[in-house]
Structure formats: structure tokens, C-alpha cells
Design a protein around this ligand. Structure first.
Ligand code: TYD
Length: 138
């Protein structure tokens, strides 16, 4: 699992004079079945979210409104993505450390996830995450 597998996905857009519509189907537009949806909102200026990795969870992160940055780290490389379009989703595969910052005022971060919430799926300590990566690669 590495950064090359994480990428921006162009979501379908139905353009109409009365407004645009985008949609996401599990296993079609994202490489996983969608089991959970959560969203971040009312994020105060300067706040940082994330700061963890997931052992088995696949996610798609979308800036539904406003903008923010997602920093992805696979233990070897770090990459910053600026999300500001509701028709772009950032696919994050398992075992990637992520941080979110630079939230614009009023921004909404929508996350589609491949599984239900499970605290035991998290690495919340970067050093423990690196050790987990090492075990996976050995
Ligand atoms: P966390 O995943 O650390 O948020 P972020 O990555 O945005 O900083 O979750 C914050 C808190 O919310 C933590 O106590 C766990 C809880 N939580 C749930 O109960 N269910 C969920 O689906 C999520 C994502 C978090």
C-alpha cells in the first residue's frame, strides 16, 4: 500500500441549467463498498484534523463545500492535495497516514468509508504506524 494508489477521482457530473448533480456508487466510482459516511463541518480556522492512519479502511474524501488540504504520507513520501471541488474525490487506501488542514471558513469535508467505525483500525501514533508498516513489508 503506498501513495501511488491514492489519487484524485473525477466524479460524474450531470450539468443542468437548474444546477449540477454528482453521484458515487460503491465498487463503480470508488474501489470499495460504501458502509459509512461522515462529515466534518464548523471546523475553526487553523484547526487540524486527521493525524492517523487506518489499518484496513478505504476512504474517499471530498470537499463538499469550501476547501481544505489533505496531506498523505506512506512512511516514505508525503504529498499535499488541495481539495476545493465537490466533483473531485481523493481516494485514500489503507495504511496511509493523513492530516487535514487549511480549512476555509464554512467548508464541509465529506468522507465515504469502506467500513463501520472501529477504533482498533486506527494508528494514532506515527511511530506505531511506521512499525506497523515495517511488519507488513517484512
Ligand atoms: P477522528 O477519526 O479522530 O476524526 P478526524 O480524523 O477528523 O480528526 O474521530 C474523532 C472522534 O469521533 C473520535 O472520538 C472517534 C469519533 N468517531 C466516531 O465515533 N465515528 C466515526 O465514524 C468517526 C469518523 C469518528
Amino acid at each position: 500500500m503506498n501513495l501511488e494508489k491514492c489519487k484524485l477521482i473525477d466524479l460524474p457530473i450531470i450539468h443542468e441549467p437548474r444546477g449540477n448533480l454528482s453521484f458515487i456508487e460503491g465498487m463503480r466510482h470508488v474501489p470499495f463498498e460504501i458502509k459509512r459516511v461522515y462529515y466534518l463541518y464548523d471546523v475553526p480556522g487553523g484547526a487540524e484534523r486527521g493525524g492517523h492512519a487506518h489499518k484496513g479502511l478505504h476512504q474517499l474524501i471530498i470537499a463538499m463545500s469550501g476547501s481544505f488540504d489533505v496531506i498523505l504520507d506512506d512512511g516514505a513520501q508525503r504529498k499535499r492535495f488541495h481539495l476545493n471541488r465537490s466533483y473531485h474525490g481523493l481516494y485514500v487506501c489503507p495504511m496511509i497516514w493523513r492530516e487535514l488542514d487549511n480549512f476555509s471558513s464554512g467548508s464541509v469535508c465529506l468522507v465515504l468509508a469502506s467500513n463501520l467505525y472501529d477504533e482498533s483500525d486506527y494508528y494514532r501514533d506515527y511511530q506505531e504506524y511506521l512499525i506497523g508498516l515495517k511488519h507488513l513489508n517484512s
